[in-house]
Design a protein around this ligand. Structure first.
Ligand code: AP5
Length: 214
């Protein structure tokens, strides 16, 4: 079960990847999470990546590719993995194919989360993330029981730096220019499954599972 979750920022890829990862016991590999951790720890990678992330641009391929390469050869990926946020352009998609070929694996499905841009802006500007455990909330669709406090661990909820409306709009421009061409790329390979990401979290999960079970 080697999956890619593809779609606009805020389409719900991370939310669903966490659920599917738990249910099917396969790791959730989010390049965004790995990069944010590097930024928080002020590592060399984090220092270089930060300026691109703050602008809503893509981090250069050479910084991202090696992260994924190291991660998918780990033993916990033997049964499968979910790539969330990678690949993000045609170059990365081709590199992924080569990487998988080297380790004698293939992709089983690319789930494309389809959603309207204005819904994305609404979702992202209302997103809050736990600074301790990473749980994701939404002030409109899935608010915490106590404002500003994580239901799970009691950690402080924060707004991601790149969830300001201006940066969200830049991320959408980057998505349309660099990432959207992947939809056709994977459709031609017969790997694309389109998911209606405007449904509730539960219904989106059901849609994904319907395809997995097939
Ligand atoms: P990354 O972290 O990958 O961000 P993204 O792709 O923009 O996606 P998001 O995490 O914003 O959204 P999501 O689809 O996971 O939505 P979520 O589930 O949280 O990347 C960040 C940056 O890192 C990039 O801009 C780039 O600079 C860099 N980067 C990362 N990967 C890279 C790569 N491969 N190459 C180069 N650079 C890279 O949901 C959003 C909100 O909606 C939440 O509040 C959630 O609670 C809510 N929600 C979710 N589902 C539903 C639903 N069904 N109904 C209602 N609300 C919902």
């Amino acid at each position: 079960m080697n999956f890619v979750f593809l779609g606009m920022p805020g389409a719900g890829k991370g939310t669903q990847a966490k659920i599917i990862s738990k249910k099917y016991n396969i790791p959730h590999i989010s390049t965004g999470d790995i990069l944010r951790e590097a930024v928080a720890n002020k590592t060399e990678l984090g220092i270089q990546a930060k300026k691109y992330m703050d602008e809503g641009a893509l981090v250069p391929d050479e910084l991202v590719v090696s992260l994924v390469k190291e991660r998918i050869i780990q033993p916990d990926c033997e049964k499968g993995f979910i790539l969330d946020g990678f690949p993000r352009n045609l170059e990365q998609a081709k590199i992924l194919e080569e990487m998988l070929e080297e380790i004698k694996k293939t992709l089983d499905a690319v789930f494309f989360f389809s959603l309207d841009e204005e819904v994305v802006v609404k979702r992202l500007t209302a997103r809050r993330v736990c600074s301790n455990c990473g749980a994701v909330y939404n002030m409109i669709y899935n608010p915490p029981k106590v404002e500003g406090v994580c239901d799970i661990c009691g950690g402080r909820l924060i707004t991601r730096d790149d969830d300001k409306e201006e940066t969200v709009r830049n991320r959408l421009r980057t998505y349309n220019k660099d990432t959207a061409p992947l939809i056709d790329y994977y459709k031609k390979k017969g790997l694309l499954y389109t998911i209606d990401a405007s449904l509730s979290v539960n219904d989106v999960t059901k849609e994904i599972e319907r395809h997995i079970k097939k």
